[in-house]
Design a protein around this ligand. Sequence first.
Ligand SMILES: [Cu+2]
Length: 101
Amino acid sequence: MPGSENIPPANVNQPAEEYPKTAAVLIQSFSFAPASVTIAAGGEITWTNGDSANHTVTGDDWESGAFGKDQTFTKKFETPGVYPYHCSLHPNMTGRVVVME
Ligand SMILES: [Cu+2]
């Protein structure tokens, strides 16, 4: 078609990057913000504790351990799915990670 020779081949079949490979969650005022975060499979999430209180990021079979103010915890998610988590010190603090294909 006319003009198609001007489209770089690399852009023709390349899918749109729909989901980020990295995301950040801030722990502030005893809640996770945002409470739900979506990343691409193989991506990493970093939680930063903005509270003076210690918190944890605890999933079904993964656990950050308690960490304090301005400290971070980073986890890589390889498998698509929904990963609910909470703070083991304050069980009312909940969040989830959604990992897309
Ligand atoms: Cu907590």
